[in-house]
Write a protein of this length. Structure first.
Length: 248
């Protein structure tokens, strides 16, 4: 038991700001274990949410670290830079913003900021909702087939008045998200809210998170929607650049 715990710690210590994404072979070489043993340990860590496997079949630290350390998986430097950027968004529109990541069919809020005079929204750091009924989740599902497959396998149950529960309709909406570069949820979940989200890209161009702006439907309807959308999309691009993504 002690040996296994030590090996897990060694695996987690392989990840750093310089090497946030690693493959099985790279991890095995770093910790001095066989690739089969390393794969077995990594598979367990992924099942527990400690690691996440991306579309390139490589691994990064997962949302579970949030529960252990009360922090997000992003490097502290990125977190420090994201905070004032996202705070500026919520102060401009007097709403609530989240940065969210995908986990087993849900989106998990790894950052949450509200303006002082925003309406109450029943979300919190670490809270989760089904991905298909949130703007943040749809911004992730639109760009990752494996996320969508997991979500569909879990089923699309009704979460709010306007929840999409038909697979064909959901896929059609995700096509629109890819065309537009942003997603919208309108009273589709238990928060009774209207939200706009855009994807956050890693240095490799992979969609790894999303940022959204959320408010009550009546309040959001009174804003200049085009300006709000432009601001959220611009925010996502700014955050992507902080992760090393270069738009070409």
């Amino acid at each position: 038991m002690i040996t296994s715990a030590s090996r897990v710690c060694q695996i987690l210590n392989c990840f750093s700001p310089d090497e946030p994404v690693l493959g099985n072979a790279e991890i095995a070489d770093k910790v001095g274990l066989s690739r089969s043993t390393t794969h077995h340990l990594i598979t367990t860590l992924c099942k527990e949410g400690v690691l996440i496997r991306d579309v390139s079949r490589k691994y990064r630290l997962g949302w579970k670290v949030l529960e252990w350390t009360n922090s997000v998986m992003f490097q502290q430097e990125f977190y420090d830079k994201a905070m004032p950027l996202v705070k500026g968004l919520v102060e401009k529109f007097k709403g609530t913003a989240h940065i969210a990541m995908f986990d087993k069919g849900d989106v998990v809020n790894v950052l949450r900021i509200s303006s002082d005079d925003s309406d109450f929204l029943p979300t919190y750091l670490g809270s989760r909702m089904p991905a298909y009924c949130t703007s943040a989740g749809k911004a992730l599902l639109a760009y990752n087939e494996s996320y969508l497959r997991i979500t569909i396998e879990r089923g699309l149950s009704k979460q709010g008045p306007n929840t999409i529960t038909d697979i064909t309709t959901l896929k059609r909406e995700l096509e629109v998200v890819r065309e537009q570069g942003y997603s919208i949820s309108n009273n589709e979940n238990t928060t009774n809210s209207f939200a706009i989200a855009a994807p956050i890209l890693s240095y490799s161009g992979e969609t790894i998170a999303s940022v959204n702006l959320v408010g009550l439907p009546n309040y959001m309807a009174g804003l200049d929607r085009r300006f709000v959308i432009q601001s959220v999309v611009r925010m996502a691009k700014d955050l992507s650049r902080e992760l090393g993504y270069i738009e070409v």
